[in-house]
Structure formats: structure tokens, C-alpha cells
Design a protein around this ligand. Structure first.
Ligand code: AP5
Length: 226
């Protein structure tokens, strides 16, 4: 296992289906001392528990809409505090938050007093036609583990590798909802990209396959940590 002298507080951005969840899992296998938090996974867990957050999230997600900015910011703030990651020393990765300029601005005053500002942002830039193909083949487990029937198939068809439980299709992966989610992503991207570019911490990794994207991502993260 590699040891590093610095820490990283990173955001991974990318269109739905660009591989944020998949690449996060791969990265954490190589660099296990980074903690990760996925707002999509948090919301899906709340939905499965029928909590009040889950009931609210269900409506928005079914339409392909984003949840309100302040609501999401509060959820992330609570998780960061609960996990005790805001000590200026802990490395963490946020997958799916912030995804609007408003969310990025809400996050700043949460992190700053703890010397825990975001210091690295990476955008996964994958062509939309590749993404659409991937979504048709995506199957997931309730834990958040993601499979693709071609790229990373489960060992037993339609069963989770760890628990053996059945996999399912995400309800927001149907073509109509998916188009709304993609459009939403691209309409929010420019302002948040400029916000982080102006801080000099914005990076883009581009490509169609993990063989192209993952080594770029790993190299950038290791450089940041060295
Ligand atoms: P979230 O779960 O974050 O959804 P998303 O951003 O739409 O992203 P996805 O999970 O669809 O895709 P991914 O990029 O993680 O790709 P994956 O690794 O699965 O959020 C869901 C919803 O919650 C949102 O729509 C919104 O309503 C709400 N929400 C969440 N955060 C919010 C926020 N901050 N504010 C407001 N609302 C919020 O990969 C996709 C597929 O491709 C998989 O099958 C995978 O196996 C395959 N694959 C991945 N990489 C490769 C590769 N390199 N080559 C081939 N196949 C690959």
C-alpha cells in the first residue's frame, strides 16, 4: 500500500453514467486512506428505509430532477461532521456533490473553519453516446455496488458478488428520465467549472474507457498527494 505525505479533499464530477461511482471504487482500492461519500448512494439508502429524506428524494429522483441545494448541503454537512472528516488531515472524496455553483458556495463555509477546503476537483469527460450505452447495461446492488454487463459483470449473472443478493435496474435509468438528468448536468456544469478553475484546482480526465480514464485519474491524485 502507498503512503503519502499530503492529503486530498476532492470532488469527482461527471455526467450521470460517466463512471463516478465505478472510478471511485477503483481509486479507493489503490489508495485506501481516502474516505468517500456519494450523495446518490445516501439518497438511495434513505429511500430504501422510507425515511422522510427518502420520501422527498424519491419524488425528485423519479423525475430526474436535482434536490434543493440547501437540503443537499445540509445532508453533506451532517455526514462530514458525523464521520469526523473535518480535521484538516483526513483525505476524502465527494461523489455527486457539489453539482451546482450554489452547492459549491454552500460547502465553502462548512469546510473553511476546519482548514478542510476542497483542494482538488476532477471532471470525467465521457462522450454522451458512450454513456447511454453504459446505462442500458448498468445493474446495481442495494449497497451501491455497480455492475455493467459488459465492462464489469457480476461473477454470477444478476447477483451481487459479495452478498449473492439480486441486482436491479435503477428506476431513474429509464431513457426519458436519463435524458432529463443528462441535460440538467450540462446546464449546471459551466458555472461550477469556472468557480473551481478560478481556484486553480480543476482537472479534466477524458476518454471512453477505463483503460484510458483510470490511469489519468490515479496519476493526478497521486501527484496531489505526493
Ligand atoms: P447519483 O447517484 O449521483 O447519479 P448521477 O450523478 O446521475 O450518476 P450515476 O450514479 O448515474 O453515474 P456514475 O457517474 O456514478 O456512473 P457509474 O459508475 O454508475 O444521483 C442520483 C440522483 O440523486 C440525482 O439524479 C439527483 O436527483 C439526486 N442527487 C444526488 N446528488 C445530488 C446533489 N448534489 N444535488 C441535488 N440532487 C442530487 O457508471 C455507469 C455505468 O457504466 C455502470 O454500469 C458502470 O459499470 C459502467 N462503467 C463505468 N465506467 C466504465 C468504463 N470506464 N467503461 C465501461 N463501462 C463503465
Amino acid at each position: 500500500m502507498s503512503t503519502f505525505s499530503k492529503n486530498i479533499r476532492m470532488v469527482i464530477m461527471g455526467a450521470p453514467g460517466s463512471g463516478k461511482g465505478t472510478l471511485t471504487s477503483r481509486l479507493l482500492k489503490k489508495i485506501p486512506n481516502i474516505h468517500s461519500l456519494s450523495t446518490g448512494d445516501i439518497l438511495r439508502k434513505e429511500i430504501s428505509q422510507n425515511s422522510s429524506i427518502g420520501l422527498k428524494a424519491k419524488e425528485y429522483i423519479a423525475r430526474g430532477d436535482l434536490l434543493p441545494n440547501e437540503f443537499m448541503a445540509k445532508i453533506v454537512e451532517n455526514e462530514l461532521n458525523l464521520n469526523k472528516w473535518l480535521d484538516g488531515k483526513t483525505s476524502f472524496l465527494l461523489d455527486g456533490f457539489p453539482r451546482t455553483i450554489e452547492q459549491a458556495k454552500e460547502l465553502e463555509p462548512v469546510l473553511k473553519p476546519h482548514n478542510s477546503d476542497i483542494n482538488f476537483v476532477v471532471e470525467l469527460n465521457v462522450p454522451p453516446e458512450v454513456i447511454l450505452d453504459r446505462i442500458a447495461n448498468r445493474w446495481v446492488h442495494s449497497s451501491g455496488r455497480v455492475y455493467n454487463l459488459q465492462y464489469n459483470p457480476p461473477k454470477i449473472p444478476f447477483k451481487d458478488d459479495i452478498t449473492g443478493e439480486p441486482l436491479f435496474k435503477r428506476p431513474d435509468d429509464n431513457p426519458e428520465t436519463f435524458k432529463v438528468r443528462l441535460d440538467k448536468y450540462f446546464s449546471e456544469l459551466e458555472p461550477i467549472r469556472k468557480f473551481y478553475e478560478s481556484k486553480g484546482i480543476y482537472h479534466v480526465v477524458k476518454g471512453e474507457t477505463s483503460d484510458i480514464i483510470f490511469p489519468q485519474l490515479q496519476a493526478l491524485v497521486e501527484k496531489q498527494l505526493a
